[in-house]
Design a protein around this ligand. Structure first.
Ligand SMILES: [Zn+2]
Length: 224
């Protein structure tokens, strides 16, 4: 049996949602109605993210990438958390609806081979930025995810394996429903509470490491 840890990036590893940060910096007025429509469920995440990046001309890509890299703040304890997963033999995947230009530099700073990374790419060949989704929804998903976290889990996990999901937002909820145990903050915390999915809240990765170290605690009641 393998334990898989599926960890979100934006608002989880990074303190802020970097897509929102990019939009607020480069196209604040134009992106606002799209962000609101996605939050209200009138547009899928996939449609919303595509529409927002289309607001930005491709020749601004370098500036966008630099801005995102300079403004990513990593949540406390993440490097030690990678180390803890390696020691336990747990497979850690960062599964992000975000983009390679801000996810890769952060993860590679701490580890190059202990973490599998799933994230998206921007195509700069046209006049405006175009999203390339690296892992679209499979047949079993209702669609609209953009990067489909449930599909990634279905690809990686075999029956009998343990699944831990770490996240903060609505885009983590479909994945959380497939998990044996969830570490949640913000909106995701409310959703897993309502759904009674086994979970603990977290503020930093130190909290998650403490829960892993607590052999009598709730995590180990669900993950062997
Ligand atoms: Zn999907």
């Amino acid at each position: 049996m393998t334990v898989h840890v599926i960890c979100d990036f934006d608002g989880t590893i990074s303190q802020r949602d970097m897509i929102t940060a990019i939009m607020e910096r480069f196209v604040p007025k134009e992106s606002r109605p799209i962000i609101d429509a996605v939050k209200a469920g009138r547009q899928t995440v996939k449609e919303g993210v595509e529409a927002m990046f289309e607001l930005i001309p491709s020749n601004h890509y370098d500036e966008v990438a630099r801005y995102a890299q300079e403004h990513t703040q990593v949540r406390r304890g993440f490097p030690q958390f990678i180390h803890t997963c390696v020691q336990l033999g747990w497979k850690l995947s960062v599964v992000s609806g975000g983009f390679d230009f801000f996810v890769m530099p952060v993860i590679h700073k701490f580890s190059t081979d202990a973490v599998d990374i799933y994230c998206n790419h921007l195509d700069t060949s046209g006049p405006r930025l175009r999203v390339q989704w690296s892992h679209p929804c499979d047949q079993a998903c209702e669609g609209g995810c953009g990067l489909c976290k449930p599909s990634v889990i279905r690809q990686r996990v075999h029956s009998g394996d343990g699944v831990i999901v770490i996240g903060d937002g609505v885009t983590d909820f479909k994945a959380a429903k497939m998990a044996d145990f969830v570490f949640a903050r913000a909106q995701l915390l409310k959703l897993v509470e309502e759904r009674r999915i086994p979970h603990l809240p977290f503020a930093t990765f130190d909290d998650i490491i403490a829960a892993i170290d607590d052999k009598e605690g709730p995590l180990h009641a669900h993950i062997q």
